[in-house]
Design a protein around this ligand. Structure first.
Ligand code: PEP
Ligand code: MN
Length: 328
């Protein structure tokens, strides 16, 4: 309640979110306060005048949330992955007009995300939106869930009518990266943000490392620069168009060069085939990657980007060589 009151007082928050049913990776972790939390949320709504939002994972959750006057629902990442659960939630929503936001599934599968949206559309949910919370990946990473912005932009292209908000808390997993992820979302024209807040972060029963005090949350929000989508000034338009045509030209050149590179790859495939040599020559590839990464500073291209780029090129090369290998 203290957190809610402080947030409401700032006038900078539109909706209060609280997960009362929390799907946790390990049993024995705090799994949410459960249904009694709905009455607490209803009190927070009354005290602050702000609408309240809760995560639902089953039809039963939806029924209880509607009973207590919850104003907005969201489907969590662990639920979006499961069509049975999404369908169960959808059935319980039939005939209600509550807005529903769908988080991306844990893994980078846009069809599954779109499928969840379609299940809700099919039962007549009209006010729908998306939440980007990043994608789970194996191994060490800067983020708890990698943002993979390009996938989200692709999802937006598929479903342009849906508003989309970003959840930097679950992307970052710690409070230090929140500001930069929130700004990136603003720069990509997201429609809003969902951020976790706790009046005493170290005492939070889940995700303590990513909680912000209400004061820090407001500071973060105020520091975001929500730029305009476009500017009407002719000077701006002219410059933009000139630079865009340069980009188009470079893209065409890049692709033409890549295409030539792949031709050579194929020719190498032919001589490897004729001499019964394997496609993969790990040391040669390590050498190439190392040489390129060593140049990252000079090229002003991040090592992360160069890694992804070179991996993509390598995969395409292997598949091209695979084709010729088996052509004899
Ligand atoms: C949450 O929003 O608190 C949550 C558990 O997030 P996600 O479904 O993105 O893991
Ligand atoms: Mn959380």
């Amino acid at each position: 309640m203290q957190t809610c009151l402080e947030l409401a007082e700032s006038g900078r928050v539109d909706v209060l979110r609280a997960g009362i049913w929390k799907p946790r990776t390990n049993p024995g972790c705090f799994e949410g306060i459960g249904i009694k939390g709905l009455a607490w949320m209803a009190n927070a709504k009354k005290a602050t005048g702000l609408p309240i939002a809760v995560e639902v994972a089953t039809g039963k959750h939806v029924e209880s949330a509607l009973e207590f006057g919850v104003d907005l629902l969201w489907i969590g990442a662990r639920t979006t992955v499961n069509p049975f659960s999404v369908q169960d939630v959808a059935e319980a929503l039939r005939g209600s007009d509550i807005p529903v936001l769908v988080k991306n599934p844990m893994h980078a599968d846009l069809a599954l995300w779109a499928g969840a949206v379609q299940r809700l559309q099919a039962v007549g949910v009209k006010q729908l939106g998306l939440i980007h919370r990043g994608f789970s990946s194996f191994g060490e990473s800067r983020y708890r869930n990698a943002p993979m912005w390009h996938l989200v932009l692709e999802m937006r292209r598929k479903m342009p009518e849906l508003p989309i908000i970003c959840d930097p808390s679950h992307i970052c997993g710690n409070r230090h990266l929140l500001q930069s992820v929130a700004q990136e979302a603003a720069d990509l024209n997201f429609d809003g943000l969902m951020l976790e807040s706790h009046c005493c972060p170290s005492q939070a029963w889940s995700d303590a490392a990513q909680q912000l005090t209400p004061k820090d949350l407001i500071e973060l929000i105020d520091a975001i620069n929500w730029r305009k989508v476009s500017a009407d000034k002719p000077d701006f338009q002219e410059k933009l168009e000139a630079m865009r045509s340069q980009i188009d030209q470079y893209d065409a050149e890049l692709l033409a060069i890549l295409s030539k590179r792949m031709d050579i790859t194929e020719q190498i495939g032919v001589i490897k085939r004729d001499n019964d040599v394997t496609i993969l020559q790990a040391s040669r590839w390590d050498e190439i990657v190392q040489r390129i990464l060593d140049n990252s500073e000079q090229l002003q291209l991040s090592r992360e980007f160069l890694h992804i780029l070179m991996n993509a090129i390598h995969m395409e090369s292997i598949s091209r060589q695979n084709k010729v290998m088996n052509l004899r």
